[in-house]
Design a protein around this ligand. Structure first.
Ligand code: PEP
Ligand code: MN
Length: 384
């Protein structure tokens, strides 16, 4: 018997959805949340049974792809699963649940899919050199805003290494608010970063500003940074999804967490599973800092997503005296890492000198951050 409420809810719903396998509740949810599309119905995670075989997994992946969807194998600590993306049509969990080795097929309700905890309950851990990002420890990235000269980057890199940083940052391609500001050294800057890596052993984090320079940047970088201004450059995100390097994806200054996670989804959907989210301050009515550091996004991101989340207190505050307190707050909030700017002579820096700490401040700050992170660590082994 169809109730009045159901008749109202059905109005305007395409006929093919009325036969959808998830029943009327899903249709109601679809109508009440207008940001959801038909594509949401067609996304689920297929959880394999403990002890299922590789053949079982391959059979499921084949069944998914035979229906015109894309299968993403998600190897977890507790279980193996296959995430389904693409939206050629509705999916019936039963199609998969009857295959050997399948425990259950669960529809994903969040608008972002591969980035969601529903899809992958275990934290994503990304290995950079001998370190892990997202393993419960704090990953520290330090370095100048931009690479300016051999002396500047090498001096900073050695100081970062001595202070115990895990990676060196430095832009060779800079996205500047003014076209008259220093735009970065380009390829020679990447070569200087490679020299600094050779001299210190520190992995390199550097930004790609467009599709044209992406392959070149990816050749040199250990982690490719996508800046706040490019968070919604979807064509660039798709290209980044096809490189074999981890991506540090900064939150746009006017982006919600959902938009950040959808941006991450662009990368993940192309097959690159190694995305690090980064809060770097958002625009609000506050004028006492360059931006407003939205630290509460750290626990919120952790709840919704398995991806690691970093904090950049340098761009968020824009003033060197405010960077250490906000870096400490980020570690206390449970960030997986921080990215902080340093310059040997901030007054002469070609970009962001006002927010750069002196390299000699690094050792004390990093030591404090590690103590705080260990104190609040979610895992005992995070004491590093
Ligand atoms: C940077 O890290 O150098 C940078 C430009 O940051 P954002 O994209 O957050 O402004
Ligand atoms: Mn900067």
């Amino acid at each position: 018997m169809v109730t009045h409420a159901q008749r109202v809810a059905r109005k305007g719903v395409p006929a093919f959805l009325l036969n959808c396998p998830h029943g009327f509740d899903t249709l109601r949810a679809l109508k009440s949340a207008d940001r959801r599309s038909f594509g949401d119905l067609a996304t689920m995670v297929i959880v394999m049974k403990k002890g299922s075989s590789r053949e079982d997994l391959a059979r499921v992946a084949h069944a998914v792809e035979a229906l015109g969807f894309r299968a993403h194998v998600l190897a977890g600590v507790q279980r193996t699963a296959i995430g389904i993306t693409g939206n050629p049509g509705p999916l019936d969990p039963d199609t998969f649940e009857r295959l050997p080795g399948v425990a259950h097929a669960i529809p994903i309700t969040q608008p972002f899919k591969l980035a969601s905890r529903e899809m992958k309950p275990d934290d994503t851990v990304i290995r950079i050199g001998s370190r892990g990002i997202g393993d419960g420890g704090l990953f520290v990235i330090g370095g100048p805003c931009a690479v300016e000269s051999a002396d500047q980057i090498l001096e900073t890199a050695h100081a970062m290494k001595r202070a115990g940083a895990d990676a060196l940052r430095g832009g060779a391609f800079k996205p500047r608010s003014s076209p008259y500001s220093f735009q970065g050294l380009g390829k020679p800057g990447l070569a200087l970063l490679a020299k600094a890596r050779e001299a210190t052993g520190l992995p390199i984090v550097t930004e790609a500003v467009d599709e044209a320079s992406l392959d070149l940047v990816a050749e040199y970088a250990d982690v490719v940074q996508i800046g706040a201004r490019n968070m919604d450059n979807y064509e660039l995100l798709k290209r980044v999804g096809r490189i074999a390097k981890p991506v540090l994806l900064k939150r746009g200054m006017a982006a919600t967490l959902e938009e950040l996670l959808l941006a991450a989804e662009y990368v993940l959907a192309q097959g690159n599973p190694h995305v690090i989210l980064c809060e770097r301050g958002i625009r609000t009515f506050s004028r006492h800092n360059r931006y407003t550091l939205d630290l509460s996004v750290v626990p919120a991101a952790r709840e919704l997503s398995h991806l690691p989340i970093f904090v950049d207190p340098s761009h968020a505050t824009g003033r060197r005296d405010r960077v250490p307190p906000m870096a400490r707050a980020a570690a206390a909030a449970g960030a997986d890492g921080v990215i902080i700017e340093f310059h040997p002579s901030p007054d002469e820096a070609l970009s962001d000198g006002r927010q750069a700490l002196l390299p000699q401040q690094a050792a004390e700050l990093f030591a404090q951050l590690r103590i705080i992170a260990a104190t609040v660590a979610r895992k005992a082994e995070a004491m590093r």
